[in-house]
Ligand binder design. Structure first.
Ligand code: C2E
Ligand code: MG
Ligand code: MG
Length: 314
C-alpha cells in the first residue's frame, strides 16, 4: 500500500490576538496548493493565495450584483455566408462593470460556473436572446435572423433545462427554429444519454444545436451520428493557422467533409483574414464568423451594420 501526503505550512505567533482558526485556515490553503501542484508535496502559505481567494469571492459578489443591476449585456457577432449575406449572430456575454470596465466572459464565466450563478446568467442570456428574436420577427427585413446562444454544462445538466427553453420561447414568442444552442463536445460526452434525450426533446420543437469549439474535444463519429445536430462549429485554433500549419488544413478539411457527409452545416469561427476564408471556402465551408466580417457588437450597431431602416427605440 502506497501512501503520500500533501502538507501545508504556515507560521504563527507573530500576530498577537490571532485566533487558532486563522493559522489553520492558512495551512489549509497551503495544503490545497500542494495538492494542486501535483500532490505528495509540501507548500508554504503565501499571502498571494489569500489575495487570490479574496479576489475570487469579490468577483462572485460583484457578479451577483451585476445580474440585479443589469450590468450584463449581450453583444452580437454576425455569421455570414461566403457571399457575405448575414444569416444571424452569436450572442456573446459582456459585463459592463462600473469600476473594472468591460470584463470579458473568459474572466467571469468560470467563476459563475462554480456556483448556481451560471444558472441565473444562462437563463438571462437565453431570455434576452429570445426577446431579441421576437423583436426582429416583427420587422420583415430582419425576420430571418437566427441567434446562437452558448450553453454551459451546468445549465444543460439541470433536470428542467428542456422545460426552461420551451417556456422561454413561449413567453417571448421567439420562433424555435431561429434559436441555435451551442454545446461543447465535453458537455455532451459527460452524459451522452441524457444529452441525446434533452436534445431530441428540444429538436422536435424546432430548436437547433451546434457543437462549439469542434475538434478540440474527444469527438467520436459514433456519438456524432446519434446526436440531433444541425451544425458543427470549427474551433478558431484550427482556423488561426490555416495556410501555415498543414496539419490544421487537414483537420479543417476533414471536419467540413464530415459535416457534409453527415448532412450538417459547418461554420468556422475566428476567421480573421481573407486567406483563411479562401481556404475554408475551398473546402466548402458554409458559414463564417470572425473579425474579418465584424467583431461582437451591441445590438444597435449590429442592426445598423445590416442596413435598412433602424428599429424604433425599445
Ligand atoms: P466561444 O463561444 O467559442 O466564442 C468565440 C470567442 O471568439 C468569442 O470570445 C469571440 O469574441 C471570439 N472571436 C470571434 N471572432 C474572433 C476572431 O476573428 N479572432 C479572435 N481571436 N477571436 C474571435 P468571447 O466573447 O471573449 O467569449 C469567450 C467564450 O466565453 C465563448 O467562447 C464562450 O465559451 C463563453 N461565453 C460567451 N458568452 C457566453 C454566454 O452567454 N454563456 C456561456 N455559458 N458562455 C459564454
Ligand atoms: Mg460559442
Ligand atoms: Mg467557440
Amino acid at each position: 500500500h502506497r501512501v503520500s501526503a500533501s502538507v501545508g505550512v504556515t507560521l504563527f505567533g507573530d500576530h498577537p490576538g490571532e485566533r487558532v482558526e486563522e493559522p489553520l485556515k492558512r495551512a489549509d490553503m497551503a495544503m490545497y496548493q500542494a495538492k494542486l501542484a501535483g500532490r505528495n508535496a509540501l507548500c508554504f502559505f503565501d499571502p498571494k493565495m489569500q489575495t487570490a481567494i479574496n479576489d475570487r469571492a469579490q468577483l462572485e459578489t460583484d457578479l451577483r450584483q451585476a445580474l440585479i443591476t443589469q450590468q450584463l449585456v449581450l453583444h452580437f457577432q454576425p455569421q455570414a455566408s461566403l457571399q457575405g449575406e448575414v444569416v444571424g449572430a452569436e450572442c456573446l456575454l459582456r459585463w459592463q462593470h462600473p469600476q473594472r470596465g468591460m470584463v470579458p466572459p473568459g474572466q467571469f464565466i468560470a467563476v459563475a460556473e462554480e456556483s448556481d450563478l451560471i444558472l441565473h446568467i444562462g437563463q438571462w442570456v437565453l431570455h434576452s436572446a429570445c426577446t431579441q428574436l421576437a423583436r426582429w420577427q416583427e420587422q420583415p427585413q430582419w425576420a430571418h435572423l437566427q441567434l446562437s446562444v452558448n450553453v454551459s454544462a451546468r445549465q444543460f445538466r439541470q433536470s428542467d433545462f428542456v422545460h426552461q427553453v420551451i417556456e422561454t420561447l413561449q413567453v417571448t414568442g421567439a420562433r424555435a427554429h431561429l434559436l441555435t444552442l451551442e454545446l461543447t463536445e465535453s458537455l455532451v460526452l459527460d452524459n451522452v444519454e441524457d444529452a441525446i434525450d434533452k436534445m431530441h426533446q428540444l429538436r422536435t420543437k424546432g430548436v437547433r444545436f451546434s457543437v462549439d469549439d469542434f475538434g478540440t474535444g474527444y469527438s467520436s463519429l459514433a456519438y456524432l451520428t446519434r446526436l440531433p445536430l444541425h451544425q458543427l462549429k470549427i474551433d478558431q485554433s484550427f482556423v488561426r493557422n490555416l495556410g501555415s500549419r498543414p496539419s490544421d488544413d487537414v483537420i479543417v478539411q476533414t471536419i467540413i467533409g464530415m459535416g457534409r457527409n453527415l448532412d450538417l452545416e459547418v461554420i468556422a469561427e475566428g476567421v480573421e483574414t481573407e486567406a483563411q476564408k479562401a481556404i475554408l471556402a475551398g473546402h466548402g465551408c458554409d458559414l463564417y464568423q470572425g473579425y474579418l466580417l465584424a467583431r461582437p457588437m451591441p445590438v444597435a450597431d449590429f442592426e445598423r451594420s445590416l442596413g435598412g431602416p433602424a428599429a424604433p427605440p425599445q
